[in-house]
Every structure is written in C-alpha cells, then in structure tokens.
Design a protein around this ligand. Sequence first.
Ligand code: NAP
Length: 259
Amino acid sequence: MTEGILDGKLALVAGVANKRSIAWAIAQALHGAGARLAFTYQGDRLEDSVRKLAETVGSDVVVPCDVSSDESIEAAFDQLGQRLGGLDILAHSIAFAPAESFEGRFIDTSRHAFVTALDISAYSMVAMARSAEPLMAPRGGGAMVTLTYMASERAFPKYNVMAVAKAGLECSVRYLAYELGPAQIRVNAISAGPVRTLAAKGIPGFDQMEAVIEARSPLQRNIEAGDVGNAALYLCSPLASMVTGTTLYVDSGYHAMGM
Ligand code: NAP
C-alpha cells in the first residue's frame, strides 16, 4: 500500500549504529516506499558498518556527523546539499547520556552529565533541523521525525537524566513545528516502547520494562523496531500531511494505562 509513496523523495537518516538500530528500521521503511537515502554516522568506528548497510538500500551517500559539534553538523549538511541537491525527510534517532547517569540516583546527576544528555539527545534535533531547513524549504516543505520515550512524562526508575532530555526534545518538536510550519515542514516525535538496541543495553532494568509491557499494555506484547519504522514512514509521507507538532506513541498502547 505504501510502495512508491515516497518516490523522488530525499531522506537523511541519522543514528544508524548497526542493524538493530531504530534508525535502520526507519531507513528500511523509507527505502521500501521509494525514498532515496543518505546516512550520517558519528565516528570512524562506525563508518564501515553504516556504509555496508547503506549499500543494501542502494545508498552511497554516507557522511560523518558528530552532533556534539556545530562544525561537524554544518560540514555534514554542506556535503548532503552538494550530493543530494535538497532534502525532504530528516529522521533523527540519536541519544546519549554518560553511563553513570543511569546507575545512581537522579538527584546526584552531575552538571556534566546533565549538559551532555541534553546536548546530544535534544539540542542535536534543533541544530539538525536548522541545517535541514534551507535544504527542505526550496522543495516546498518536508518532514522531520525524532525518537522519544515516555519517561519524559512519568518517572521511570533509572532512566534519570535521559528522561529530562526527552522532555526537552518533545518540547523542541513543538517549537520547531510552529516555526517551520509556514514553510510546510512538519516536525513530529515517535514515543517508542522498549526495543533491544545498543543504546537500550545501557539502561538498567530494561528486561523489566519489557515484562511490564507484556503484562500490562493493551496489546500485551512488545513492539519491534519495524513498528517504529512504519510509524516514521507514515509521519514522513503525504498520509500525515496535516500532522505536525505531535508525539505518536508506538508502545503497544501502554501510555493509555493508569496501572
Ligand atoms: P542505537 O542503535 O544505539 O542508536 C543511537 C544512535 O545515537 C547511535 O547511532 C549513536 O552512535 C548515536 N549517537 C550518540 N551520540 C552521538 C553523537 N554525538 N553524534 C552522532 N550520533 C550519536 O539505539 P536506538 O535504541 O536505536 O536509539 C535511537 C533513538 O531511539 C534514541 O533517541 C533513543 O533514545 C530512542 N528510543 C529508543 C528506545 C529503545 O528501547 N531502544 C525506546 C524509545 C526511544 P554511536 O553508537 O556511535 O554512539
């Protein structure tokens, strides 16, 4: 049903670390719908694996981008502009907080951990959106999507400062949607249930999160990365042409529950 719905569209997927990454599931969904893909990766360590994955979806546009550096973001978007000639879709699937911030009490979060988590996990969306805007606006608009988690709204033990970063990210989505709306650029977030990825390994109690979803969510089973990929495809496609500034839950309905 969605085959060809993104024919001719240019999409940047940021945050592929390996084939388990949510970003990779998004890339596959966008590719399946006809989009031409480009990728960013953080450091030399990941270049080979991202290039190999990119090849399998017919892409050789793979550029470095460390979102903790303005220069790196600017250089990446310069290259993307030259290689693609514009952009229609930005999928931002990036987060980081120092490991120790998941271990102790939230109250003991260091200034450094707080600033780092907010910088990499929330500010990076603002910075990438700013660089993407001039590539999208001349094409008549575009769509941006980012990944969040419900710990932004309620206390999830040990998610700690990352929850604060996700709250900042969701709020940023609303402001970006407001400011970019006149250029017909839509900005949305997906609040995903737990998915076993590299980043998830760093979260204590992850097994328990999965068990709770099975026991208490309306659908009584855990989501897969592909479910998030499909939701991202919807948000980035004309099917969601009047949807912006929102958070879409892909969490087996868990957010609807009181207990
Ligand atoms: P993942 O595969 O580990 O992806 C996280 C990505 O962020 C990696 O590619 C990582 O690169 C990148 N990143 C970290 N610091 C960066 C930097 N300075 N510059 C550029 N990239 C950087 O894990 P994931 O679970 O798919 O995470 C993707 C998104 O989904 C995150 O925003 C996460 O919070 C969100 N999410 C995940 C879950 C879940 O249960 N997995 C649930 C809800 C939301 P490196 O590997 O090089 O650090």
